[in-house]
Design a binder for this molecule. Structure first.
Ligand SMILES: [Zn+2]
Length: 364
């Protein structure tokens, strides 16, 4: 046993070789329970936490008919071929979110589940344009989510930040208009992000939006290098000025970029189960995460849209342990990275790091 108080090493020499698929039990899990580590969840879309059961419950409450007769029929649709096939179902299911109460119930369900997964700080994205386009007012989604985040520490022991994510397949004019409206209503935002269909929608399209958000004192993050090329990561850094990259796995195609990301300690919020479900990688055993860790990149592991991609942050860790032999020591390093890479206050980061360093980690 070794305490993490000694610090997180750059590379765990004793970690097992990666790439071996370990047998999974009937639940698809490793069959071994690992201690949950305190984690900062930095890549999470609240609309992607809408579980099938809640979709049916909200539809019933709102008197809506769903195009699925039962849970099994809905679940059968979760076999995605690419990002777009997921987005089609994701946007269709959002139709059940009609009232502030709906948004609050979804947020509460997520925080309860996240707390059970070890999440102690969560930076939660929402897609205002996806709700506006179907006639739901900005106040409805913002107030619904924010009302739950306001007391998340007391209710769930999870500190939180709200991130408005903009849909990159829409115009920058649309994003600017929504951003101005969010500012006008004093939406309690900590940051902005950029998400949805990546290919063909380069970060540079949103240069003015990000400049405006920076001037407003907001933190900046953007999805880049998930399905899109490594060049999009460079654009997000150099043209948008983001502090963090969501996904970023395609950086591995560009050794010069990897070197830069390592030198500048740029956080990459990697979502392994999402990458497999959306076919960005073939299987978890093929995932670049071990290579990214070995390269010294500042990576952390997150759940993206957990209701759609087979699991929450604890599930991602459990599957990584089974599929790539992720050691407890690397898991602790990923947890530490998540805390360092968060937009939490220095005081909150110190609290969470102290909690992490207090854990006795099994050195495999
Ligand atoms: Zn995402």
């Amino acid at each position: 046993m070794e305490s993490l108080a000694a610090g997180i090493p750059e590379h765990d020499e004793t970690a097992p070789d990666h790439g071996e698929d370990l047998p999974l039990d009937s639940d698809g899990m490793a069959g071994v329970l690992f201690e949950l580590l305190p984690i900062a969840e930095l890549h999470l879309h609240i609309e992607g936490t809408l579980q099938p059961e809640l979709i049916f419950a909200l539809a019933a409450r709102n008197g809506m008919d769903l195009p699925y007769t039962d849970l099994d029929e809905l679940r059968a649709l979760y076999q995605f071929t690419d990002l777009q096939s997921f987005l089609d179902l994701y946007y269709a299911n959002m139709a059940v979110l009609q009232t502030e109460e709906d948004f609050a119930d979804m947020t509460r369900a997520y925080l309860e589940r996240a707390a059970a997964a070890g999440v102690r700080h969560a930076e939660i994205m929402f897609d205002p344009q996806a709700h506006l386009s179907r006639g739901v007012a900005l106040e409805t989604c913002v107030n619904g989510v924010a009302s739950v985040l306001a007391t998340s520490m007391e209710d769930f022991g999870v500190s939180t930040m709200l991130i408005a994510a903009f849909l990159r397949d829409l115009s920058e004019e649309s994003a600017l208009e929504v951003f101005d409206n969010l500012m006008a209503m004093n939406a309690p935002l900590g940051a902005i992000g950029l998400d949805s269909a990546e290919v063909g929608n380069p970060p540079a399209k949103f240069e003015r939006l990000f400049a405006k958000a920076r001037d407003a004192g907001l933190r900046l993050t953007a999805h880049a290098g998930e399905e899109g090329p490594a060049a999009y990561i460079i654009e997000a850094l150099d043209i948008l000025g983001v502090e963090r990259i969501d996904h970023g796995i395609r950086c591995m195609d560009d050794p010069d970029l990897v070197e830069r990301l390592v030198d500048e300690r740029i956080p990459l919020t990697v979502c392994p189960l999402s990458n497999v479900r959306l076919r960005a990688v073939d299987t978890l055993a093929d995932h670049p995460l071990p290579a990214m860790l070995a390269a010294g990149l500042n990576v952390s592991v997150h759940s993206d849209d957990p209701a759609y991609f087979g699991g929450y942050v604890d599930d991602n860790f459990a599957h990584l342990r089974a599929a790539v032999g992720l050691s407890e020591f690397d898991a602790a390093r990923l947890a530490a990275n998540s805390i360092h890479s968060s937009f939490a206050s220095e005081e909150r980061k110190a609290e969470l790091l102290a909690e992490l360093n207090g854990r006795e980690i099994q050195h495999q």
